[in-house]
Ligand binder design. Structure first.
Ligand code: NAD
Ligand code: IPM
Ligand code: MN
Length: 353
């Protein structure tokens, strides 16, 4: 029997609705499989926790998480209680950085039964490899107070190691797919980081002669997502470009409520963290209508990560059969609740051949 110890952090807002749903799904998979067991430990770390304790997680929070095989997180953020940059840097970004989860993998494709705004959604099937630990997200900068001339300076950080690591990851991934990598750049307007990014990309690509490449400025690339989706296989992007691109990708998938993601610790020193693309969705929290599919697809990525690709594929097939038969939450044009969609997935998993 393989037992996986998972730290569950539902977090804020709809994270508290979709994480329990996905846990029910994972427990069903374990019942069916027999040889695989999940041991979930839930942590209430969130903005409410902050109000009580003055921090998003306990001082030894990372030590606690270190003993788990992976982290399964919903979403973080409740701006009414805690400023976003405080809550996010105190929990989500803290875990990503301290646990060296330097790569964020974000697949995007359109599955059956879901309406995409694209005319030719079948062509949209790609993976964004987002650099997850540096880039435009930095704590380096400052504010200079000079009355009307007040200035805020925010520095971006692009290390050779971090840039190369994200790019190599993208090439390796592409070698198992359609063998094409697109680099998201902006070297026409940004004079230090992006020309550097381009030169590293050029160097790394020489090690992968079988993989074709192109590079696009992020503005044009965003437009090509919509107008020429079949251009893409794997896209490597900086932290911010990857963030924006994957909300666009999610919209093309039909809803941000569907899109999955994985924060990967590539050196194996720390647990990886599985957390969907979407946020805490305060506008729908408490209504029971959050789409659980993003969290459930994220669970599929966690299964893949643990070498259980067959189970992962089964799970996504079942999700797709459910959407294909019209069991949809309101964000994708349906009338079903989080619970109804989740129960349908669970019931079909039990009888899936
Ligand atoms: P959001 O993703 O929470 O919501 C954007 C829109 O998408 C909203 O209309 C929301 O209702 C909808 N939506 C999101 N997930 C959905 C789902 N599963 N089902 C149906 N509809 C869904 O983004 P936002 O409004 O920019 O951010 C809200 C809060 O979440 C902020 O505090 C933000 O910082 C935080 N956030 C956290 C994460 C994370 O923890 N990974 C990611 C993004 C945003
Ligand atoms: C995401 C989110 C986070 C990010 C925010 C909430 C800090 O948008 O995971 O996509 O930008 O990384
Ligand atoms: Mn985002």
């Amino acid at each position: 029997m393989k037992t996986l110890k998972i730290a569950a952090i539902p977090g804020d807002g709809i994270g508290k609705e979709v994480v329990p749903a996905a846990i029910d799904v994972l427990n069903t998979i374990s019942e069916i499989h027999g040889g695989l067991k999940f041991e979930f430990t839930e942590f209430p770390w969130s903005c409410e926790y902050y109000l009580e304790h003055g921090d998003m997680m306990p001082k030894d929070g990372l030590d606690i998480l270190q003993s788990f095989d992976s982290i399964f997180l919903g979403a973080v953020g409740n701006q009414h209680l805690v400023p976003d940059h405080v809550s996010l840097w105190g929990l989500l970004i803290k875990i990503r950085r301290e646990f060296e989860q330097t790569i964020n993998i974000r697949p995007a494709k359109v599955i059956k039964g879901i309406r995409s705004p694209l005319l030719n959604p079948k062509d949209f099937d790609l993976i964004v490899v987002r650099e997850n630990s540096e880039g435009e997200y930095s704590e380096i900068g400052g504010k200079i107070y000079r009355g009307e001339d007040e200035i805020a300076i925010q520095n971006a950080v692009f290390s050779r190691k971090g840039t190369e690591r994200a790019m190599r990851y993208a090439f390796e991934l592409a070698s198992r797919r359609k063998k094409h990598v697109t680099s998201a750049t902006k070297s026409n307007g940004i004079v230090y980081s992006m020309p550097f990014w381009d030169s590293v990309f050029k160097e790394v690509s020489k090690d992968y002669p079988d993989i074709s490449t192109d590079h696009q400025h992020i503005d044009a690339l965003s437009a090509f997502f919509v107008t020429q989706p079949d251009k893409f296989d794997v896209i490597v992007a900086s932290n911010l470009f990857g963030d924006i691109l994957t909300d666009l990708g999610a919209a093309i998938m039909g809803s941000i409520g569907i899109a999955p993601a994985a924060n990967i610790n590539v050196n194996g020193k720390y647990p990886s963290m599985f957390e969907p693309v979407h946020g805490s969705a305060p506008d729908i929290f408490g209504k029971g209508i959050a789409n659980p599919m993003g969290q459930i697809w994220t669970a599929k990525m966690m299964l893949d990560h643990f070498g259980e690709e067959e189970l992962g594929t089964t799970l996504l097939d079942v999700v797709e059969s459910v959407t294909n038969d019209g069991f949809l939450t309101p964000d994708i044009g349906g009338q079903y609740t989080t619970k109804e969609v989740t129960d349908e997935i669970i019931n079909r998993l039990k009888t899936f051949k």
